[in-house]
Design a protein around this ligand. Structure first.
Ligand code: NAI
Length: 255
């Protein structure tokens, strides 16, 4: 990565105010990227920006609902103007609206598809223009082990499986322009998202984590940094011949 900041590559990470997104933003900054921290509101991203700046990196918080086409257009244009043309994109923003199929409302289905799948599509569409112009780009989509099917998550599993198909299609369409597209599919990772799931189930997070850990071959739950390092691999220069892949990072085999 060039030292000169005018030549520094820019990465956009969505949902980067906390959890996996925050860890990924910090990791990509350490790798040499300037990082645009996208999240629902600008204030939410401030802590991640502060962490990156404290370590000597460049970062910008951008308030953006990734499911909204106008906000995505404006957010990506702002990141390009204030930090530089996006060269890497990590589609990580996500929500849960779990329910069994007989109780799930169409609104719960649409909300989840809207953030994960439509959001990734909108962000990729807005960013690829810059990547194609530069003949270099890295897109990494955050799927999940739930893409293989998961009780109570017909919305989420469908979105996460859809992201794998989107990843492969982008790899085919954008490959000729030097842009790779890959997927990381995490297993259980300790974040506020999984904390909220434990709360909904009426058990402590420790109990919830222990239950998972017993079924994971490496016998521990994942950490946001476990995922950040996988994203970092796909985003680097040397990974240019790796495209259209899905990497399960789950402490054991999946898929
Ligand atoms: P989290 O809930 O801790 O963080 C998600 C972030 O996305 C939040 O900062 C939230 O404000 C932001 N966000 C939500 N909707 C948004 C929108 N419309 N526009 C912009 N930002 C939005 O979640 P966590 O655990 O860090 O998950 C990150 C990603 O990893 C998600 O896509 C999730 O589905 C995926 N994942 C997480 C796993 C886990 O065990 N934690 C396992 C597999 C996948």
């Amino acid at each position: 990565m060039p030292e000169n900041t005018t030549l520094q590559r820019v990465a956009i990470v969505t949902g980067a105010a906390r959890g996996i997104g925050a860890a990924t933003a910090v990791r990509l900054a350490r790798d040499g990227f300037a990082v645009a921290v996208f999240d629902l509101d600008e204030a939410a991203g401030a802590r991640t920006v502060e962490t990156i700046e404290k370590e000597g990196g460049r970062a910008l918080a951008v308030g953006c609902d990734v499911s909204d086409a106008d906000q995505v257009e404006a957010g990506v244009a702002r990141a390009a103007a204030e930090l530089g043309a996006p060269a890497a994109l990590v589609n990580n923003a996500g929500i849960l609206r779990d329910n069994l199929i007989f109780k799930m409302t169409p609104q719960e289905f649409d909300a989840v598809i809207g953030v994960h799948l439509r959001g990734a599509f909108l962000m990729a569409k807005a960013c690829q223009t810059y990547m194609v112009d530069a003949r270099w780009g890295r897109i990494v989509n955050m799927s999940s082990a739930a893409a293989l099917g998961n009780r109570g998550q017909s919305n989420y599993s469908s979105a996460k499986a859809g992201l794998q198909a989107l990843t492969k299609t982008l790899a085919i369409e954008l490959g000729p322009f030097g842009v790779t597209s890959n997927c990381v599919a995490p297993g259980f990772i300790a974040t506020e998202m999984t904390e909220a799931t434990a709360e909904r189930m009426g058990i402590t997070f420790e109990e919830f984590t222990d239950r998972y850990a017993r079924s994971i071959p490496v016998r521990r739950g994942g950490r946001p940094e476990d995922i950040a390092q996988a994203v970092s691999f796909f985003a680097r220069e040397e990974a240019g011949f790796v495209s259209g892949q899905v990497l399960y990072v789950a402490g054991g085999p999946k898929g």
